[in-house]
Design a protein around this ligand. Structure first.
Ligand code: ADP
Ligand code: MG
Ligand code: MG
Length: 339
């Protein structure tokens, strides 16, 4: 019997288009002799599109309007053996869709409610990883209400961290709303931008030098494995939105040119983080490696990383001998596994 798979793509976040690209790749890679795959595109307004509109959105790469209310359509997920929620960012990667699927009793690819929600939130992630003894940059939390009522206490926290520092909305991705603040005069603008996008904002000390950015893939549930380590190189002050999504701005190096000891440390820390955050299925764990000091700092955990055939996560496992199509098949098997 073929397994019936519902592939969810698009979604309400700024990574809607990235998700549709990933979905096209997954759709053509899931072996048809094993799986019956139905794609459903979620519009930017959060509505689930019927088949013809879904097809149109997949082809055009965007779905702005149309569709049915989620709760109306979620019931139609019944009858599927598993769901592949190929959604990035808020309202998809953050435990919301995972909660809906859990309530509906349908297995799905990737982390559950807890792992998804905690990993999406940069502050919660830092707190959990700190208690697991995983090295990270110094950081502080600021809440919107506090910024409105006692801006000076937030400014003091920034001064304690020192400049330059990074200001980020706690719950976004793709570098949206992130500023590198070089001087105190630029702090207010960065905070106003971040607070226009999220109620919670994280302030982060910058690494002692511009870091090397290395990433590793994790695959599995209770016995997860780590991929080889990859590195991103780019010619920009930091890995901002433009650098991420402009063709040719960044290059991937797999395996990353690192000593065997450092690469092993990356893998071991990533596996520890995956377990500490209660992740499942897959995650891409991103690190800063400060070559000058030898420091290795965990930056973030992405529970639904970019998934086109040229994205880092599938490329890392390809380097380990697992083809794109074998990888997506494995992810569905992991979703169906008893946990
Ligand atoms: P996102 O979840 O949007 O990808 P990140 O936290 O990964 O956000 O930050 C985006 C980029 O900003 C990083 O890839 C890196 O280039 C730079 N960056 C973020 N935080 C720091 C930091 N504390 N020190 C140095 N560079 C940083
Ligand atoms: Mg991220
Ligand atoms: Mg990042």
């Amino acid at each position: 019997m073929k397994k019936r798979i519902l592939l969810l793509a698009g979604g309400q976040s700024g990574e809607h288009e990235v998700s549709l690209m990933s979905a096209r790749s997954v759709l053509s890679a899931l072996p048809r002799d094993q799986f019956d795959v139905t794609p459903v595109v979620i519009s930017k307004q959060g509505r689930w599109l019927p088949p013809t509109e879904t097809q149109r959105a997949l082809e055009s790469g965007e779905a702005a309007t149309g569709g049915d209310l989620v709760l109306h359509r979620a019931a139609s997920a019944e009858g599927y053996d598993a769901v592949f929620p190929l959604l990035h960012g808020p309202m998809g990667e953050d435990g919301t869709v995972q909660g809906l699927l859990t309530l509906a009793g349908i297995p799905f690819v990737g982390s559950g409610v807890l792992g998804s929600a905690v990993s999406m939130d940069k502050v919660m992630t830092k707190q959990v990883l700190a208690s697991a003894g995983i090295p990270q940059v110094a950081w502080a939390l600021a809440a919107r209400r506090e910024w409105q009522a006692q801006p000076d206490s937030v400014r003091e926290r920034a001064a304690t961290l020192g400049y330059p520092l990074f200001v980020k909305p706690a719950n976004l991705g793709s570098s949206v709303g992130i500023s590198k603040v070089a001087r105190p005069e630029d702090l207010d603008g960065a905070l106003n931008l971040a607070f226009s996008l999220d109620r919670r904002v994280i302030l982060e000390a910058m690494t002692a030098h511009k870091p090397r950015e290395v990433e590793v893939g994790i695959l599995g549930n209770d016995a997860p494995i780590a991929s080889p380590v990859g590195e991103l190189r780019f010619d920009a002050d930091f890995y901002d939105y433009e650098t991420k999504y402009t063709e040719g701005r960044a290059t991937m190096h797999i395996p990353a040119p690192l000593s065997a000891e450092v690469a092993e440390q990356v893998r071991a820390l990533a596996l520890r983080a995956f377990r500490a955050l209660d992740c499942a299925g897959l995650a891409r764990v991103d690190f800063f490696y400060v070559e000058e000091t030898g420091e290795l700092l965990l930056n973030e955990v992405n529970t639904m990383p970019g998934f086109t055939t040229t994205s880092m996560y599938p490329k890392l496992f390809e380097a380990a001998g697992l083809s794109y199509s074998a990888l997506v098949t494995r992810l569905v098997e992991l979703a169906l596994e008893e946990r």
